[in-house]
Design a protein. Structure first.
Length: 117
């Protein structure tokens, strides 16, 4: 299939990440079917105000904020206030803490199998 299309994808319902006391949601949208470690997966991640999400990346991922804002910190102490249009890269092995005062929505593309985040 050379082209995939999802109309109004930013409005798609996102399932909970099922992290206790964290209002975080993630849904995979598309993924490649390549073999040999070349699979990529994309979708949306939403975080709402409340307890932060601490996430350990075992894969490389890039994210662009498409709605709201997120505060993003890594294990070195670097903190970024990301808002609409900002792009982030998370290397495999990173421990990232996501938080927000209201809500934030990011579109991600990661080098992982679908459903494994």
């Amino acid at each position: 299939m050379p082209l995939s299309f999802e109309k109004s994808a930013v409005a798609m319902p996102l399932p909970s990440m099922n992290v206790p006391n964290v209002d975080a949601h993630l849904g995979d949208l598309f993924h490649s079917t390549e073999t040999g470690g070349k699979t990529i997966c994309c979708g949306f991640f939403r975080l709402n105000a409340g307890k932060p999400l601490v996430y350990d990346y075992d894969y490389h991922e890039m994210k662009i904020i498409v709605e709201g804002q997120m505060t993003i910190a890594d294990e070195t102490g670097q903190v970024v206030e990301a808002s609409v249009g900002d792009v982030l890269y998370f290397a495999a092995g990173s421990r990232i803490t996501f938080s927000t005062a209201s809500t934030g929505l990011g579109f991600f593309c990661g080098r992982r199998e679908p459903g494994t985040a």
